[in-house]
Design a protein around this ligand. Structure first.
Ligand code: AMP
Ligand code: TRP
Length: 338
């Protein structure tokens, strides 16, 4: 049996932060060694809500460069931009036509985002999960590493593959495309907001002090950590439900500094907040330094990134076209003769 295929993507909205790195991209870096990995920048998803075109273009390149700077190796993994491979939009249309509308109307993320957009809610926002299913099914992915909040979208992709494509359009005993499995990130990898330890660190939080962006300058990182919310108790501890901020910052120190929770608890159990924050600031700055340096090199040499994305597109396209053809045939669309 060949290696299992993994596919994932992040939207190029806002700037990638510590949560995206520790909760997602760091796992991808591990996965690329033992799997056939595809990582895309999902720019078509980013335009399902109002957006600024110049910013989207900049952040798409920035996100791709950050994948590489965090350790995704284009020799091992296929790195590409979703919209560069038109098969994503094409398969999305084909899947749209075999997906019941009521499967989409019950998506939690749609309801939340549609509530915010009101009468400006786009058709694309409703269709977001079908495009995501297309991203996954096109590559016959076996495993899809995603956060907990994407479970429902993954389930939809599985239902489209299993019940519709394979259930209604496959020849007896065959499948049209593979049914993917989610790979849910463990709870411990959740990074919480610096301003509220009960909320996830998020790109969409209007308060930039709530997150550490991977590209924040060292001075800014130190400042944000100094200003992070604390409580009135001295000594840093894990797992106290009354002290979510202590738990979150100590977890960061364990992950990026001493390497284990036991060592972090031992070292910081009696430490005051001031001393601890100084220490944590340096640890985070040190962890981000190599990423920022590599990012700087990549941005100074656009042709390298262009080359990676070109090669990624070519590899992705080969796989995607084959899947698209299978679906076209299964649905009865006539072959395109050369
Ligand atoms: P998003 O920033 O919501 O587009 O998420 C992109 C990826 O980063 C997903 O796989 C998320 O699960 C992961 N992610 C986002 N925020 C966090 C966080 N605060 N902690 C851990 N993982 C996160
Ligand atoms: N919806 C995902 C998120 O917000 C991003 C995404 C789009 C994705 N297409 C994907 C993730 C395909 C995994 C696989 O995190």
């Amino acid at each position: 049996m060949g290696r299992q295929r993994v596919l994932s993507g992040v939207q190029p909205t806002g700037s990638l932060h510590l949560g995206n790195w520790l909760g997602a991209i760091r796992n991808w870096v591990e996965l690329q060694h033992r799997h056939d990995a595809f990582f895309c920048v999902v720019d078509l998803h980013a335009i399902t809500v109002p957006h600024d075109p110049a910013l989207l273009a900049r952040q798409t390149r920035q996100t791709a460069a950050l994948y590489l700077a965090c350790g995704i190796d284009p020799q091992r993994a296929t790195v590409f931009v979703q919209s560069h491979v038109p098969a994503h939009s094409e398969l999305c249309w084909l899947l749209n036509c075999i997906t019941p509308l009521n499967w989409l109307e019950r998506m939690i993320q749609f309801k939340e985002k549609a509530h915010k957009q009101g009468s400006q809610t786009s058709v694309g926002l409703l269709d977001y999960p079908v495009l995501m299913a297309a991203d996954i099914l096109l590559y016959n992915a076996d495993l899809v590493p995603v956060g907990d909040d994407q479970k429902q979208h993954l389930e939809l992709a599985r239902n489209i593959a299993q019940q519709r494509l394979n259930g209604q359009f496959a020849a007896h005993g065959e499948t049209v495309l593979n049914v993917p499995e989610p790979l849910i990130v463990p709870e411990g990898a959740r990074v919480m907001s610096l301003t509220d330890g009960r909320k996830k660190m998020s790109k969409s939080d209007p308060n930039d002090n709530s997150r550490i962006n991977l590209l924040d300058a060292p001075e800014l990182v130190r400042k944000k950590i100094k200003r992070a919310r604390t409580d009135a108790v001295a000594g840093l501890t894990f797992d106290d439900p009354e002290r979510p901020e202590a738990d979150n910052l100590l977890a960061l120190y364990a992950l990026l500094g001493v390497g284990s929770r036991a060592a972090a608890a031992e070292e910081c159990g009696r430490m005051g907040w001031g001393q601890f924050k100084g220490l944590l600031g340096e640890v985070v700055v040190d962890a981000l330094r190599p990423i920022q340096q590599r990012y700087g090199e990549l941005m100074a040499d656009p042709s390298t990134l262009d080359g990676v994305l070109r090669q990624g597109r070519q590899r992705a396209e080969t796989v995607a076209q084959a899947s698209l053809e299978r679906v076209r045939t299964a649905l009865g669309l006539t072959p395109r003769r050369q």
